[in-house]
Design a protein around this ligand. Structure first.
Ligand code: FCB
Length: 399
C-alpha cells in the first residue's frame, strides 16, 4: 500500500511531559500535593530539543507535533516572557533546520498555576487570558508554522479533571465538567477565528486533537443496560464536540488521537470503564485493550465530516519490542485500509518520539520510539523505531 507523496510521517511530544522543570504549571503542584511521582526534569527536552529533532530526522520523519507550555510564556497574570517566546521560536527554527514540519499544540492539558487558582476553565471570564496567550504565541511563530492544534483532547481533560478527579483540579462534578467543556469549546471557536485573522490571506490549518475510543458493552446479564451506557458514552465522549465544531465550520481538518477499545458497564451517569478481558486480543502495559479494527472503524466513521484527518497520536506502552512492532503494523494496516475506502488521511504521528512523563502514571509507561534512561538522559532507539523509519522512507506498507 502506497501512501500519498505528501503524507506526513511524524511523531508527537507534549511540552509538560518531556521538557522538564515547568515550575509554574498546575501539574507541578498537583504532583507534590497528591504525592505522585514527580515530573521533575523529565527528559530535559527543554535543553535537548535540537538533539531530539536530529533523532526524529534520523527515523526519516517529515513532521513533528510539539506543544507550547502556556505557563512558561505566561508565568504570572498578564506577564509575557519574551525569553520563553524566543525559546519556542528557536525550537521551531531547529525543527525547520532538520526538515521537520512543525505541528503545534497550544494547550496540552496543563495550565499556569495562577490560571487554575482563578478557577481555570470553570470561569468564562478566563477565556480571554488563554486567547491573549494564543495571540502572542501565534503572532511570534506565524511566519514558520502553518498547522495549529488549539486543544489536545478537551473531553479527556474535562473527564479526568472534573469527573474522575484524578487530574488537577481534582473535581468530581458533572455540571462542572459540562461548564469546563463549554468554556473550552468557546475558547476554541474564538481562538480559531483569531488565528484566521492573524494569518489573513496566508494559508493556515487549525484543528484540535480529538481522542476517540471504541466503546463496547461488557457481555453477560448486564448487557442491555451496558449497551445503553455505551450509547451515551459514545455520543458524549466521541462525537458531541466534533459535531458542534463541524457544524460551525471551525475545523480545517480533524486531529485524531486513537489508542484502544474500552469495555463499559452500566453505572454512574454514563457508565464506567470495566477491565473485562475479551477472549481474543491483548492488553498493553497500562491494561488498554488493543483493537486495531477500531482504528479502521473510527476512520471510516470520521469520513462523514468530509474533512482530511490527521492522526495526531497513536501508540502504545509495552515492555517487549514485538508488541510495539505488532501495534504499529496493525494500526498502519487499518490506516491504509481506511485510505483505500476513500478516507483522506493527511498524516500519522506516533505517540511518542521519546519515553516521557505519563501524567498520574509517572515514568513507568514507555511510549517512545526512543527509550529514555532518566538517570543519564540518554536516548536509545528501540528496534521497532527502525521498522517505522523504513516505512517512512519507503512511504509504503507491505500488507
Ligand atoms: C493521550 C495524551 C498524551 C499521552 C497519551 C498516552 O491521551 O494526549 O498526552 O498521555 O495519551
Amino acid at each position: 500500500m502506497r501512501f500519498p507523496s505528501n503524507f506526513l510521517w511524524g511523531a508527537s511530544l507534549s511540552s509538560y511531559q518531556c521538557e522538564g522543570a515547568n515550575l509554574n504549571s498546575d501539574w507541578y503542584f498537583w504532583e507534590k500535593e497528591k504525592g505522585l511521582e514527580l515530573c521533575g526534569l523529565a527528559c530535559d527536552h527543554y535543553h535537548h530539543y535540537d538533539q531530539d529533532f536530529r533523532l526524529a530526522r534520523s527515523l526519516n520523519l517529515k513532521a513533528l507535533r510539539i506543544s507550547i507550555e502556556w505557563s512558561r510564556i505566561c508565568p504570572y497574570p498578564e506577564v509575557f516572557s519574551q525569553k520563553e517566546l524566543q525559546h519556542y521560536s528557536s525550537v521551531i527554527d531547529s525543527l525547520l533546520r532538520h526538515n521537520l514540519k512543525p505541528v503545534v499544540t497550544l494547550h496540552h492539558f496543563t495550565n499556569p498555576l495562577w490560571f487554575s487558582d482563578r478557577e481555570g476553565w470553570l470561569c468564562s471570564k478566563n477565556i480571554d487570558s488563554f486567547l491573549e496567550y494564543l495571540r502572542k504565541t501565534v503572532e511570534t511563530l506565524k511566519d514558520r508554522v502553518d498547522t495549529w492544534i488549539i486543544f489536545n483532547e478537551p473531553l479527556v481533560y474535562a473527564y479526568q479533571g472534573f469527573i474522575t478527579g484524578s487530574w488537577p483540579p481534582g473535581e468530581r462534578s458533572f455540571p462542572k465538567a459540562k461548564k469546563v467543556l463549554a468554556n473550552i469549546l468557546e475558547a476554541y471557536c474564538r481562538g480559531y477565528e483569531e488565528i484566521k485573522q492573524i494569518y489573513g490571506r496566508q494559508p493556515v490549518s487549525v484543528s484540535l486533537a480529538k481522542h476517540l475510543r471504541v466503546f463496547e458493552a461488557v457481555p453477560g446479564l448486564g448487557f442491555p443496560l451496558n449497551s445503553i451506557a455505551v450509547g451515551l458514552r459514545d455520543r458524549i465522549f466521541n462525537w458531541q464536540a466534533l459535531d458542534y465544531l463541524a457544524k460551525r465550520k471551525k475545523l480545517d481538518f480533524i486531529g485524531l488521537n486513537y489508542y484502544c477499545r474500552e469495555y463499559v458497564q452500566a453505572g454512574g451517569l454514563f457508565g464506567c470503564e470495566s477491565n473485562y478481558q475479551p477472549k481474543a486480543g491483548r492488553k498493553n502495559h497500562l491494561g488498554w485493550d488493543i483493537y486495531p479494527q477500531g482504528f479502521l472503524d473510527i476512520l471510516v466513521e470520521l469520513g462523514k465530516y468530509k474533512l482530511p484527518v490527521m492522526i495526531t497520536e497513536n501508540g502504545t506502552a509495552e515492555t517487549e519490542d514485538r508488541f510495539y512492532q505488532e501495534y504499529l503494523l496493525s494500526h498502519l494496516k487499518s490506516l491504509a485500509q481506511a485510505q483505500a475506502k476513500g478516507v483522506d488521511v493527511a498524516g500519522y504521528f506516533w505517540w511518542s518520539l521519546l519515553d516521557n512523563f505519563e501524567w498520574d502514571k509517572g515514568f513507568k509507561p514507555r511510549f517512545g520510539l526512543f527509550e529514555v534512561d532518566y538517570k543519564t538522559l540518554t536516548r536509545i532507539s528501540r528496534p521497532f523505531a527502525q521498522t517505522y523509519a523504513k516505512i517512512c522512507q519507503a512511504n509504503r506498507l507491505e500488507l
